[in-house]
Design a protein around this ligand. Structure first.
Ligand code: MIC
Ligand code: SF4
Length: 643
């Protein structure tokens, strides 16, 4: 039987397990990336593991999330990361150099390689044929130390693209269509591969928009073939030698096939508050808007920015609309500055932001109360913009720019003749904002600089024989990591201080949770389907750990969050019978009487609700490795014990 693209890369990198769907496999990791909001913790973990120099082919640390610097905390974290990088063999992308995924695609990604990143949108690298996967910081730390990265061998989905996008319809509309078809949990346990004639009509940045937002499907990753278009892109980045061809075998087998005819696609929007809540712009047309934000790791490439500049050229942003634009990298921003496109944006009234995540993670530009904001981003979870009742719609750069000019939802296909943006033959290459690590001879003399806000990894303890705990919180379906551990300008600076950040844990759902959990001392959180969707932030496990959460019992989990819970030594349980969800209430006294023995020997874990006398069957599917991690009290202790 032939292999898919992802299976070929997995076959090249597998170091543990077999490629049978559903089984645990360990992969050798060629490259890692971190960003600053998850990076401080990841590097503290790397230090704790005790490996002096990274063992990967290339590891890069980016500063792109915590760039508002409203106090000393973020700048201290940046300094810490910079010094750790210098000492331990990691390349450091300075603040101002751009968003991790955009820069990594431009300057470091290589077809056929494996990449894990402490950010859920790491699959952006799938746009150039990398097997690029989002992971928790601790997994990245282990991979930097030379350890394998473990995933469950995924199913393969083929998205077959036929035809060609009509003028003004965009790659964003393709991924929004896929989200409409598959939903935010449709990709769990799967890798999505793009194939068909339509692939040849898409440039690398367009492909990267699609693989980036595969994260919103819950997929392990998404990937495109590496072909002549990839070669041209790498050549224009001065890296043609990094090119290798990658395609699936003709007789490769897929578990699922989705067909999309690009000729038939229309501009789409993901409506509040979920990336799979899709409507056509035609349906929304004429609805008044308050804000437009263009940028983020999904849509901030040179191609996107040039298209936006062309739409804005010679016009003025509508009264009552605030337009913010954040080009994705220094390369993009610099090219726009040199070719005049930046001037067109400024002249039209755009508020130019630095090349960073910015409003995407609530770092500024929160909309007005109840404000309607059109964003080219990838997530529109409730409250994520920083305005609790903000109404965020995810749209293409074309729709965003057209609407910014009219002040209402505007279908860009009404704009008339298309503007074709040719990919540059040569991008502007200047890596002066990437600092190389110290040489092996000099590394030991590099001092690591720690600010007062940087606190150690929380205390863990090996799994006890039984657990007595109360239900400290009961939530519903599709709880995101933005609910569990909110971000935004006020909370993000606390990412390196788990005791402090834990004061905000779950406050979006219940402002009393942190105090209640702390007072209870030992507790269980109960939830519904797709619990923990969204980001890779391990803080959504570390803050509950700090607050005494011993287990999370839900109907189903999102992939990265489940892995982060295990890494933190928190037991991820699912209901055997989903109706049992109704048998637990907030405050109930719960007991896992034989938890250690049950975890050690199987997957059925008994939970007794002592308040109502019910016995509830729960399941904790584990491999030998994850079983040992839970028993050890988390991945850090496990790694220290097992090397
Ligand atoms: C996000 O888009 O939610 C983030 C912020 O990039 C996160 C990482 C984080 O929380 O630091 C992600 O996607 O993993
Ligand atoms: Fe940054 Fe937003 Fe991309 Fe996350 S989704 S990496 S916050 S730009």
């Amino acid at each position: 039987m032939g292999l898919t693209i992802a299976q070929k890369i997995i076959k090249e990198h597998i170091v543990d397990g077999t490629m049978t769907v559903g089984s645990d496999i360990g992969l050798r990791i060629d490259q890692t990336l971190t960003q600053d909001a998850t990076g401080t913790m990841a590097y503290l973990e790397f230090e704790a593991i005790g490996v002096p120099r990274v063992k990967t082919e290339k590891s890069v640390a980016y500063i792109d999330h915590n760039t508002l610097q409203t106090g000393f905390e973020n700048a201290d974290d940046h300094r810490f990361i910079q010094s750790v990088c210098k000492r331990h063999g990691i390349y450091f992308s300075r603040p101002g150099n751009g968003i991790c995924h955009q820069v990594h695609l431009e300057r470091f990604g290589k077809p056929g390689k494996t990449l894990i990143g402490s950010d859920s949108h790491t699959p952006t690298g799938g746009g150039i044929g990398m097997l690029a996967i989002g992971a928790g910081g601790l997994d990245v730390a282990v991979a930097m130390g030379g350890g394998a990265y473990y995933i469950t061998m995924p199913k393969m989905v083929k998205v077959e693209l036929t035809g060609k996008l009509r003028p003004w319809v965009s790659a964003k509309d393709i991924i929004l269509k896929v989200l409409e078809i598959m939903s935010v949990k449709g990709g769990v346990g799967k890798i999505v591969e793009y194939a068909g004639e339509g692939v040849k009509t898409l440039s690398v940045p367009e492909r990267a928009t699609i693989t980036n937002m595969g994260a919103e499907l819950g997929a392990t990753t998404s990937i495109f073939p590496s072909d002549e278009i990839t070669r041209e892109f790498l050549k224009a980045q001065g890296r043609e030698e990094d090119y290798t061809e990658l395609k699936s075998d003709d007789d490769a087998e897929y578990d699922e096939i989705i067909k999309i005819n690009l000729d038939e696609l229309k501009p789409l929007a993901a409506c509040p508050h979920s990336p799979d809540n899709i409507k056509s712009i035609e349906e929304l047309s004429g609805k008044k808007i308050d804000q437009v934000c263009i940028g983020s790791c999904t849509n901030s490439s040179y191609r996107d920015m040039m298209k936006v500049a062309a739409i804005l050229k010679g016009k003025t942003v509508a009264d009552g609309v605030s337009l913010a634009i954040a080009p994705g990298s220094k390369q993009v921003l610099n090219m726009l500055a040199l070719n005049g496109a930046l001037g067109d944006m400024i002249a039209a009234g755009a508020r130019i932001l630095e090349s960073a995540c910015g409003p995407c993670i609530g770092m500024g530009q929160s909309p007005n109360s109840g404000g309607i904001s059109l964003r080219t981003f990838n997530r529109n979870f409730e409250g994520r913009s920083g305005t609790a009742d903000g109404q965020i719609y995810l749209v293409s750069p074309e729709t965003a720019a057209a609407s910014a000019l009219t002040g209402v939802f505007t279908d860009p296909t009404t704009l008339g003749a298309d503007v074709v943006i040719e990919m540059p033959e040569k991008f502007l290459i200047n890596d002066n904002m990437v600092i190389e690590p110290a040489s092996v001879d000099e590394m030991d003399s590099v001092e690591v600089l720690r600010g007062p806000n940087i606190k150690p990894y929380p205390k863990t303890s090996p799994l006890s024989d039984s657990i007595e705990a109360s239900c400290s919180l009961k939530v519903g379906d599709n709880i995101t990591t933005d609910h569990i551990m909110p971000a935004g300008a006020k909370i993000l600076p606390l990412r390196s201080n788990i005791p402090k950040i834990s004061e905000h844990c779950f406050t979006v759902c219940d402002k009393d949770f942190p105090n209640r959990a702390k007072t209870l001392g030992s507790s269980v959180v109960v939830g519904g389907e797709n619990y923990g969707q969204g980001s890779s932030r391990e803080h959504a496990a570390l803050a509950p750990l700090y607050l005494g959460v011993k287990a999370v019992l839900v109907k189903s989990f999102a992939r990265i969050h489940r892995a982060n819970l295990i890494n933190a030594g928190i037991i991820p349980l699912t209901f055997k019978n989903a109706d049992d969800y109704d048998k637990i209430k907030l405050g109930d006294q719960l007991e896992l009487p034989n938890v250690k023995a049950e975890i050690a020997t199987g997957e059925n874990i008994t939970l007794v609700n002592k308040t109502n006398g019910e016995t509830i069957e729960t399941v904790c599917e584990l491999t030998d490795r994850t079983r040992d991690i839970l028993i050890a009290g988390g991945l850090l202790d496990y790694t220290k014990e097992n090397g």
